[in-house]
Design a binder for this molecule. Sequence first.
Ligand code: ZN
Length: 166
Amino acid sequence: MAIRFLRYNDAEVLRKPAAPIKKITAGTLRLLEDMVETMHYHNGVGLAAPQVGISRKVIVVQWQDTLYQLINPEIMEREGEIVTEEGCLSFPGVWGEVKRSKIIKVKALNPQGEEVAIDAEGRLAVIFQHEIDHVNGEVFIDKIIRFTDPEAEEEESVSDQVALKD
Ligand code: ZN
């Protein structure tokens, strides 16, 4: 396992749709392992392969005690709306509110190559949408409806609002 270098701000790879994985190889599994280690190292809740310079449809998400390692993730269904504050490991210091679907269904392959379907709601749904955007070449800063500063607004923010970095 290794911690990989992050790509930031204007890096071209962040705005390019990533290619799907056609065959899961030892290299794919190594990438997944490294992405998990890199995400944990930076205290992130999610990471997409383009953020480590690899233009492939691979994401990892750590939500509470569950680790998701997803290949070729796609959003199959969406419902409702939710606005939450987001940040991104590739855009240090930038925070803002983004409007997302509240409930989603994600389809992907797991590292064993089996198809999995995940129902996600609220914060977890937001994280998946943020990461799946990354593999589609989209970044959250283009979707911010209001820029925020979590430190300046600490006093008025609700207690369960955890800064989201992915
Ligand atoms: Zn991000």
